[in-house]
Design a protein around this ligand. Structure first.
Ligand code: FES
Ligand SMILES: [Fe+2]
Length: 371
């Protein structure tokens, strides 16, 4: 299957069928060769959300992430600059930092103690000064492009990547137009969910609300899913849905959390390849979803919930409980899709384009990057 995707003619036929509303082949969600191609052609080349600026405020603060197959350490250096390095030691290729987060004056490899400064230069390599011809300066950590949009940090494993702005496009302006003050938000909760499904099945599911009336009763009490607008841009798409009149009046059956204040309309943006920004009606909030491909049939969803300081702990708890329930409902859907696609009896699906256009937009991007 992977070989077929590389031929122009097969790619043209696929692109045409996506135009007609057919889905990507089911095998693209189960074939390890396709997954390997995605690691190289998508996750090795795309700008990817890695975390929040508040995680690295002081010199020496760091956290580690993995972008496809590339381990990365993100840190604040002594001059206060944000830096990202390939988290691989130049001595023998071990992962350098194993901790998920912390604060250190230097980065010391856990294998033979080669030690790097926060600017990536090699500071010490025990015993190596006696090694003929060894030049410390020739072995710095490999630095990667790192940029921020408001509090969000993005890294690209491609050292020659175009600037982040080239993929964000109008997205920052659209988020600003919701009235949300991103700078005033802090992370209050992080949840992770391991899902037994291909990362594309998880993104597909995020990108349509055709399933909402069937699968998410509490969400549908809140948001008018019949008045749901999907808009496609180059590298992202947005979904907007108004608060239901009954929810505004506080009359819905299950009023899941306090929706008064600030933002009136739900705004959900998907950014290529694996990041979403969700602003729910109510007091200042944004929840960030990151879908990390672990294996062809396994995805780690990392959810960061950020709120304005004025939002009480009780409001945060109710909100997270609400989203958690929607997420648990979605996990059942994604895992059942993965089992269905793995049956060998599913070739191409057919989208309902009036509701699932965002999904086609995503699948076109996948095809564009794998060709
Ligand atoms: S692999 Fe890092 S010091 Fe040897
Ligand atoms: Fe859902």
């Amino acid at each position: 299957m992977a070989v077929e995707t590389t031929t122009n003619r097969a790619g043209d036929a696929l692109a045409e069928s996506l135009d007609q509303g057919y889905t990507l082949p089911g095998a693209w969600y189960t074939d390890p060769d396709v997954f390997a191609r995605e690691r190289d052609h998508i996750f090795r080349r795309a700008w990817q959300y890695v975390g929040l600026a508040e995680q690295v405020t002081r010199p020496g603060d760091f956290f580690t992430v993995r972008l496809g197959a590339v381990p990365v350490v993100v840190l604040r250096d002594e001059q206060g600059a944000l830096r990202a390095f390939v988290n691989v030691c130049r001595h023998r290729g071990s992962e350098l930092v194993l901790a998920e987060r912390g604060q250190r004056a230097t980065l010391q490899c856990h294998y033979h103690a080669w030690t790097y400064n926060l600017d990536g230069s090699l500071r010490a390599a025990p015993g190596m000064k006696d090694e003929p011809g060894f030049d410390r300066a020739a072995f710095p950590l490999i630095s990667l492009p790192v940029e921020t949009w408001g509090p969000f940090i993005f890294v690209n494993p491609d050292r020659h990547a175009a600037p982040l702005a080239s993929v964000l496009g109008e997205l920052p302006a659209l988020v600003a137009a919701t009235g949300l003050d991103l700078a005033g938000l802090k992370r209050r909760v992080r949840r992770t969910y391991e899902i037994a499904a291909n990362w594309k099945a998880v993104v597909d599911n995020y990108l349509e609300c055709y399933h909402c009336p069937v699968a998410h009763p509490s969400f549908c009490d809140l948001i008018d899913v019949n008045d749901y607008v999907v808009t496609e841009y180059d590298h992202f798409s947005t979904q907007t849905g108004a608060l239901k009149a009954s929810a505004v009046a506080g009359k819905s059956n299950h009023h899941p959390y306090d929706t008064s204040g600030g933002v009136r309309e739900g705004f959900y943006a998907y950014l290529w390849p694996n990041f979403t920004i969700n602003i729910y009606p109510g007091p200042g909030n944004v929840s960030l979803n990151l879908f990390l491909p672990l294996a062809v049939d396994r995805t780690l969803a990392v959810y960061d919930y950020c709120f304005a300081d004025a939002v009480s702990d009780e409001q945060v708890r109710d909100f997270v409980t609400f989203i958690d329930q929607v997420q648990e409902e979605d996990i059942v859907l994604c895992e059942s899709v993965q089992r269905g696609l793995g049956s060998g009896y599913f070739q191409r699906g057919k989208l309902m384009l009036s509701r699932e256009r965002g999904l086609r937009h995503f699948q076109r991007l996948v095809l564009r990057h794998l060709r």
